[in-house]
Design a protein around this ligand. Structure first.
Ligand code: FAD
Ligand code: MLT
Ligand code: ZN
Length: 490
C-alpha cells in the first residue's frame, strides 16, 4: 500500500532519526519555533470541539514559504508525516495529529503578511496564516469587500479556509471559498514550491491546479499564499429575524426574498427554537427579539452599496408578502447597527452555546433545497427512536440547502450520546445519501468522516481521488488518514 500506516511510521521514527529530524527542523526554522514540550504543544494537539485530541512529535512554526519547504523536506527525509494547521478551528479533526505521537504539526500561525491589495483588479494577496478577519479588514481599508464570513473568522486562517473550502453565511451571494480564489502558492510534498500566485480572471492553459488544492484538507501540500477576489463594499444592510412555522415555510420565504431582493439578498440562515434557547441560556446579554416563541427562525439580510437606498423597502416588501402568504408570524427588523449585531449574535453564537451545553454530535449536511423540509420531518423521529431525549439543534445555511443537524445529549446524558453516536450518524448519513445529498457540505471530511466519505462515494470516485493523492504524495506523508481513510481502514 502506498499510504503508510501510523504503526509503520512509529517504527521508522524511533531512536536517532527522531533527534536528527528535530535538529533539521531547528536548523530550518530556529530553535524557538520547534515546540516539543507538553505545555507548549498542548494548544496544537486538541481541536476547538475538544473531541479530537492527539499527540505530536513536534510543532513547527515556520515564518516563510522557504522555511515551510525546508520543514517538509526534512520531514520527508525522515519519513515523518506532516499535519498542516492554521487557526485550529476545523470541526472534523483534520488539523490535529493522530494518537501515535509521530506526526509533525506544521503551524502557519507566523505567516500573517498581507502581501498586496489591488482594489481595481479586485485582488488581495496574502500569506496562508492571515486570519480571515484580518483579510476582511484589509479589504475594507481599501474600500472593498472580502465576503467570506464564518463564526470562527477571528481565529481561522485563509490557508485553513482554502484547505477546507469553507462556506459560511455569505455563500448564497458570493459562493464557497473555491469561488473566491484566483491563485495559490503551495509547498508540495516533495519540498518543491509551486508559485501559482496569478490573479488572472481568465487563464485556460490546462488543468486547474489551484482548484485541486482547494478542499484538499492538507493532504496534497501546504498552502503558503493565495490571491483572493475582492468585491464592491456593501456598507448598507437591512436585516430581520423572522419567526416561521417550519422548514417548508422558511424555504418558501427564501423564494419570496429572492423575488423581491434579487442580487441584494446576501444571507438566509435558519435556526430552530432549541438552538435559540441554548444561545439565550449561555450567551451573556442575548435576548429573544420576539414576544412569542416560534418553532423556527430565519435570519435574512440584504446588503448593498452606499447608493442603494431601497434595501429597507425591499425587506419590508418581503416581510409583508410573507405575512400575507401565512409564512411568517412575526419579525424583528434591525433599526441600528447595534441591533443588527445583536440579531447576528443569536445566529453566530449557536456553536459556542451548544458546546457550553455539553456533548454535541455534529452533522453538516446538504440536500436539494426542495427536500429539506421532508428530511427534517423524517429524521427527527429516527433520532428519538435511537436515543430518547436527544435534542436536535438544527440550524445553518438553509439558502444553500445546508443544515447543521447537531445533536445535543439528552439532559444529563452526555455518555448516552457518545454511546449512540455511531448509530445516530449512520442513520443521518444513510438518509442524506438516499436523498441525493452530501454528508459534508462545508466542514470537510477530516478524520471524523474520512471513512464515511469514502463509503458513500462510488468506487470510481474513490479510485480517482486515491490516484490524485498518489501522484502528488506517493509516500503518503501529508495528513494521512484525513479526507481519505488509510488503506485497510475504508
Ligand atoms: P484548521 O482547523 O487549522 O485546519 C483545517 C484543515 O485544513 C485541516 O485538515 C488542516 O490540515 C488543513 N490546513 C490548514 N491550513 C492549511 C494550509 N495552510 N495548507 C494546507 N492545509 C491546511 N466552517 C464553515 O465552512 N462554515 C461555517 O459557517 C463555520 N463556522 C464555524 C463556527 C465556529 C464557531 C467554528 C469553531 C468553526 C466553524 N467552521 C465553519 C469551521 C472552521 O472554522 C473552518 O473549517 C475553517 O476554514 C478552518 O480554518 P483554520 O485555519 O482554523 O483551519
Ligand atoms: C456554523 O455555521 O455556525 C458552523 O458551521 C456550524 C457548527 O459549528 O457545527
Ligand atoms: Zn456552517
Amino acid at each position: 500500500a502506498l499510504v503508510i500506516t501510523p504503526r509503520a511510521r512509529l517504527i521508522d521514527l524511533q531512536g536517532a532519526s527522531v533527534n536528527d529530524l528535530l535538529d533539521h527542523l531547528r536548523t530550518a526554522v530556529g530553535d524557538a519555533h520547534v515546540l516539543t514540550d507538553g505545555a507548549d504543544v498542548a494548544a496544537y494537539v486538541v481541536d476547538w470541539t475538544g473531541v479530537h485530541a492527539g499527540q505530536a512529535l513536534a510543532v513547527v512554526r515556520p515564518g516563510s514559504t522557504s522555511e515551510v519547504a525546508a520543514v517538509v523536506t526534512a520531514c520527508r527525509a525522515a519519513g515523518a508525516s506532516v499535519v498542516p494547521q492554521g487557526g485550529n478551528t476545523g470541526l472534523v479533526g483534520g488539523g490535529v495529529p493522530d494518537a501515535t505521537g509521530t506526526q509533525v504539526v506544521l503551524s502557519l500561525g507566523r505567516m500573517r503578511t498581507v502581501r498586496e491589495v489591488d482594489p481595481v483588479a479586485g485582488t488581495i494577496t496574502v500569506d496562508a496564516g492571515v486570519v480571515l478577519a484580518d483579510v476582511q479588514d484589509a479589504a475594507a481599508q481599501a474600500g472593498r469587500l472580502f465576503p467570506m464570513s464564518l463564526g470562527s473568522e477571528g481565529s481561522c486562517t485563509i490557508g485553513g479556509n482554502l484547505a477546507t473550502n469553507a462556506g459560511g453565511t455569505a455563500v448564497l451571494r458570493y459562493g464557497m471559498t473555491r469561488e473566491l480564489v484566483l491563485g495559490l502558492e503551495v509547498v508540495l510534498p516533495d519540498g518543491r514550491i509551486w508559485d501559482g500566485l496569478r490573479g488572472l480572471r481568465k487563464d485556460n492553459t490546462g488543468y486547474d491546479l489551484t482548484q485541486l488544492f482547494v478542499g484538499s484538507e492538507g493532504t496534497l501540500g501546504i498552502i503558503t499564499g493565495a490571491v483572493l477576489r475582492l468585491f464592491p463594499a456593501t456598507p448598507r444592510h437591512a436585516t430581520a429575524w423572522v419567526a416561521v412555522a417550519d422548514v417548508a415555510a422558511a424555504v418558501a420565504l427564501l423564494g419570496l426574498a429572492q423575488q423581491h431582493a434579487g442580487a441584494h439578498l446576501s444571507t438566509f440562515e435558519i435556526a430552530n427554537r432549541q438552538a435559540l434557547e441554548l444561545v439565550l441560556a449561555h450567551l451573556p446579554g442575548a435576548s429573544d427579539p420576539l414576544a412569542e416563541p416560534s418553532d423556527w427562525y430565519v435570519l435574512v439580510e440584504l446588503a448593498g452599496a452606499q447608493t442603494d437606498d431601497g434595501l429597507d423597502d425591499a425587506l419590508e416588501a418581503i416581510l409583508t408578502a410573507a405575512v400575507e402568504a401565512d409564512l411568517a408570524a412575526d419579525a424583528a427588523i434591525a433599526g441600528s447597527p447595534a441591533q443588527r449585531t445583536a440579531l447576528w449574535a443569536l445566529r453566530e453564537g449557536i456553536s459556542e452555546a451548544q458546546k457550553v451545553e455539553g456533548a454535541t454530535l455534529k452533522h453538516d449536511v446538504t440536500l436539494p433545497i426542495n427536500r429539506l423540509a421532508d428530511w427534517v420531518a423524517e429524521i427527527g423521529p429516527k433520532m428519538a427512536a435511537t436515543l430518547e431525549g436527544v435534542r436536535p439543534v438544527t440550524y445553518g445555511h438553509v439558502g444553500d440547502g445546508n443544515l447543521h443537524y447537531n445533536l445535543s445529549a439528552p439532559v444529563g446524558g452526555d455518555d448516552d450520546l457518545r454511546t449512540a453516536a455511531a448509530d445516530l450518524s449512520t442513520a443521518i448519513y444513510d438518509s442524506v445519501a438516499a436523498g441525493n445529498g452530501s454528508i459534508s457540505a462545508e466542514h470537510g471530511l477530516g478524520r471524523t468522516k474520512a471513512a464515511a466519505g469514502a463509503s458513500y462515494k462510488s468506487a470510481v470516485e474513490v479510485d480517482l481521488m486515491r490516484a490524485v493523492k498518489r501522484a502528488l504524495d506517493p509516500d503518503g506523508l501529508m495528513n494521512p488518514g484525513v479526507l481519505l481513510p488509510l488503506v485497510g481502514q475504508s
